[in-house]
Design a protein around this ligand. Structure first.
Ligand SMILES: [Zn+2]
Length: 300
């Protein structure tokens, strides 16, 4: 149990501003020189991006990826990087899984696969779609001995953040079983606040994705820390503590924060490129760019 004072009474902004991974002088990224980078098509041909799962050539993602990997200006956001990681294949997927396992303290296995949270939800859903499907963590590493067609057993879940602010709010959690400590069990208390910091490891968004199911949770962001509460804001800036019941929520933060490990984009980038060192500079540059936000940010 975390014994750590948490702020009360004053609404505050994000603890950490949105910081992109470091770009090196001269326009290179993460120590890689500017040059010809592999295209998405070439990464598919190399077996580093899944031919089966990669979005089609006419999709917005492919257009964005084509520009970004070529070093040209254009949007490249959290969701775009998450998609890239979710369609990683072969040695790139091995590298991503090895890094996430090292952060999570989980033994890597050849039967592990990484997929987007929405894909995991789609493959694992049983019964009719429920309101709990509204939110989903970004990436899931599962053990899938049968390879395709099943979700497998989840081992690691990753929340990928360029922005370090936690998503949350009043009525954020639609899970009826999310019972505030100071509230009435089973009732949606108007003043209850919740966020992904609590609801993901608690299992509010998916029955199988919870700390109680031995799933490790990773907060992948721009800044290193030993405690997720140091890099993820406890609650959003528009909270009015006098109106909203935060007591139960803040107790939940203290309970669930220790289930999160913190990792950085730069560490992921470096580990993946080390793993792929023999693939040649075009591949390394493409991967480095794919795991890095554009340096000329347009939405600060
Ligand atoms: Zn919840």
């Amino acid at each position: 149990m975390l014994q750590r004072p948490l702020p009360l009474g004053v609404a505050r902004g994000p603890v950490v501003s949105d910081v992109p991974p470091e770009a090196v002088p001269g326009g290179g990224i993460g120590g890689v020189k500017v040059g010809e980078a592999s295209t998405v098509e070439e990464l598919v041909a190399e077996g580093l991006v899944s031919e089966h799962w990669v979005p089609g050539p006419a999709t917005t993602w492919r257009r964005r990826a084509g520009l970004h990997l070529a070093g040209k200006p254009g949007p490249w956001h959290e969701a775009d990087v998450t998609r890239f990681l979710g369609v990683s294949h072969g040695e790139l997927e091995r590298a991503v899984i090895a890094f996430l396992c090292s952060v999570a303290g989980v033994e890597p296995k050849r039967t592990m696969q990484v997929m987007t949270g929405t894909k995991f939800r789609s493959l694992s859903r049983q019964g009719p779609e429920s309101i709990r499907d509204r939110r989903m963590i970004d990436l899931v590493v599962t053990e899938r001995p049968d390879l395709e067609g099943s979700a497998g057993t989840p081992r690691i879940a990753v929340e990928a953040k360029f922005d370090a602010e936690v998503n949350g709010g009043q009525r954020y959690c639609s899970n009826p079983s999310h019972i505030p400590r100071s509230g009435i069990p089973g009732e949606a208390e108007p003043g209850t606040y919740a966020s992904q910091l609590v609801c993901y490891p608690k299992g509010c968004t998916h029955d199988l994705l919870c700390a109680g199911n031995s799933v490790a949770f990773i907060w992948l962001g721009p800044t290193a820390a030993s405690n997720v509460l140091d890099v993820a804001d406890t609650y959003t800036a528009d909270v009015n503590p006098r109106r909203w019941n935060l007591n139960g929520y803040i107790a939940d933060c203290a309970e669930w924060a220790p289930h999160w490990r913190v990792a950085t984009w730069n560490d992921l980038n470096a580990a993946v490129r080390e793993h792929l060192a023999d693939k040649g500079e075009p591949v390394l540059l493409a991967v480095a760019r794919a795991l890095t936000r554009e340096s000329a940010r347009r939405d600060r």
